[in-house]
Every structure is written in C-alpha cells, then in structure tokens.
Design a protein around this ligand. Sequence first.
Ligand SMILES: Nc1ncnc2c1ncn2[C@@H]1O[C@H](COP(=O)(O)OP(=O)(O)OP(=O)(O)O)[C@@H](O)[C@H]1O
Ligand SMILES: [Mg+2]
Length: 333
Amino acid sequence: MRRVAVKFANLDVEFVDREVGLGQVATWAERGALFPVVIFGPEGCGKSAFLRQAAEVLRGFGYDVVYVDVSHVDFTAHTDVAEVARRLAEAASEVSGVAEVKLAYLAIEVIKELIRRGKKRVAVLVDEAFQAIGIEKAGLYVKKLLNLVEYPPRDYERIIAVAATSEGVSRSEIGRHRWADVMPMWNMPREGFQQLYEKLPGPKPPFEEAWRLAGGNPGMLSRLYLTSWDSGVVVTRLIREKRLTPDFVARWRGWLEKAVEDPEALWSPDAPEELIRQLVERNLILYNIYERQQIFWADAPPPETDPELGIGRNVAWQTPIHREAVKRVLDAV
Ligand SMILES: Nc1ncnc2c1ncn2[C@@H]1O[C@H](COP(=O)(O)OP(=O)(O)OP(=O)(O)O)[C@@H](O)[C@H]1O
Ligand SMILES: [Mg+2]
C-alpha cells in the first residue's frame, strides 16, 4: 500500500503506523458497512492524517473516493469524473465561512452524483464538518450520510461514509441516535509514535521523555518540536487556548486536584456535571471511554489505565500536557 505524504510540523512525512485501523478500513472496503462511521478522539491524535491514508486504502480497492477537510477548506477526489473535482473546487473558492458549509454538504452531493453515473464503489470521508455546520446539526448531517448508505440514488455495490471530529460535544449529539457507528480513536501506540519521533531532525530529548509529555499524540509532538522542546511554552499556550483562567480553576479546585491525580475521580457519581461538561467541551478530557475491545475502536485502543499518561478506565486526559496545563494553573492560584 502506498503511504501518503502528510504535513507534520514543518516537514512532509510519510504516514506511519495505524496498521490496525487501516486493516479495519480494508475490511469495510471488502465487506461494505451498514452504517456511516463517526470517528472521534483527542485533538491532534491523528484523525485527519488517518482519513487521508484511508482514502488511499479505499482507492486501492477500486473505490471512487472523496475526502473533504472542511475546517481547512481542502479536498481530494480520487475519481475520473472531472465534474466532481470541479464542483468541490468551486465550493472551496467561496469566502471563508461559506466555503466550509458548502463543502460539507457538497461532499454528500457529489457521492450521489457518482452513484448516478454508475460508479459501484464509492467512499466519502468528511473531516471536521460539525464545527462548520453547527454542532446542533451534527446529528442531521450523520443522518444524511446514513440516507446515502440506505437509500442511494441507484444500485451500487458498496458505499463507505466516514466522518471525523475532535469536538467532544458532537459525540453526544450523534450518540443520541442510532445513525452511525461511533468509534473512538486514541493517540498513537508507542511503536508508531516512536517512528514519527525518529523522523524529527535536530537535537531532541530521549524518546521516553517525548512519550511522557505527548502520550502518543502526534499533534503535541509537533508542537513540542516547533518550540524546540520547550514544554513550558506548549503548556502556557494550552492554558490560554483552553481558557484555564484562575477563576475557572479556583471554582473547581477540589475536583480538579483530584482529577490531576487520577482522572477517574471524575467518574464518581458526585463529580459535578457542569465541570465534566466544561472539560469535555474544551477538549481536555475524554469522558465515558469505551471498553478496550478492539471492535469498538478505530485503530488500537488505549491501555486499560496508565496513571503516568493520565488514562483512567472511564476518563482520560487527552494528553499529559493537557493535565499539566491544569496542574500549572492549580499550582499558581
Ligand atoms: N500516522 C501518522 N503518520 C504521520 N504523521 C501523522 C500521523 N498521524 C498524525 N500525523 C501528523 O500529526 C499531526 C496531527 O495529526 P492530525 O492533524 O491528523 O490530528 P487530528 O486528530 O486530525 O487533529 P485535530 O483534532 O486538530 O483535527 C499532523 O501534522 C499530522 O499530519
Ligand atoms: Mg483533524
């Protein structure tokens, strides 16, 4: 299988690892899927890169594939129907704000068009559509994907529809219905993460340290690399991005202190719902994590628990740096 080139920090690298996940895509390609798949997971865990590589896998199985990166207004169309790329390019050239919404819906339209034209194997991969169209419409969007699979405009052999999101809240919006298989993706497994680490040039800390800081999250690894491995700077930025104000932290001090020790504390029945909602919304934690059976996960599941990386059975910090950001504010207030 050809490995696609993806942007990583300021480098172009070959997609690495995720063998299990790519195997799952191959299975969908061979057997077809009854439902759309919605992949969610920590920010920067590699969902977008995975979708790009998945497009390549599906192409290898003879699929016409449309990949749309809604938030970055970007797309790839593997098809000989020139009309499809033309329409996507047209939507992408709209002004910011309009382009995103158009692309998100057009991705579904062009798939219908491909089926109408007699394509038998088609796949649509939509990246970060929900933020652009509005989280409250995420459920309906997924319903549209389901309609595509269930009521295609004419006979087809197989349709694969995959959407990825890092929005913690869209999960509950989608999960309320049985319109999709919702599958979490975790940060990279250690070996894969190490392959990526090896690709980074220049002086770098030992792998163990990179692992302890980023917990297998390639987005965090890239941030660390771009700040010359100054984790303090990465933490400072994160504190700002996540609006971890002294007020917020002071308000929830007791629970946050426990959660920094062990995120599973938030699983306790008396943990405040409001705090949990805030932490999920700000993409600091993953809450209500699935059983670690492979079948529930896109690519390999995380370990049952890993206190060092901040992974509990039901609740986990997205990366150790996320936990560190909260800890830093707690210590300062
Ligand atoms: N398996 C991989 N091989 C090579 N590079 C990867 C891999 N996974 C992720 N990357 C790179 O790591 C960075 C973060 O990954 P990516 O953007 O795919 O994560 P994401 O989950 O989509 O993040 P976000 O939540 O911000 O959308 C990107 O530069 C991406 O190209
Ligand atoms: Mg992404």
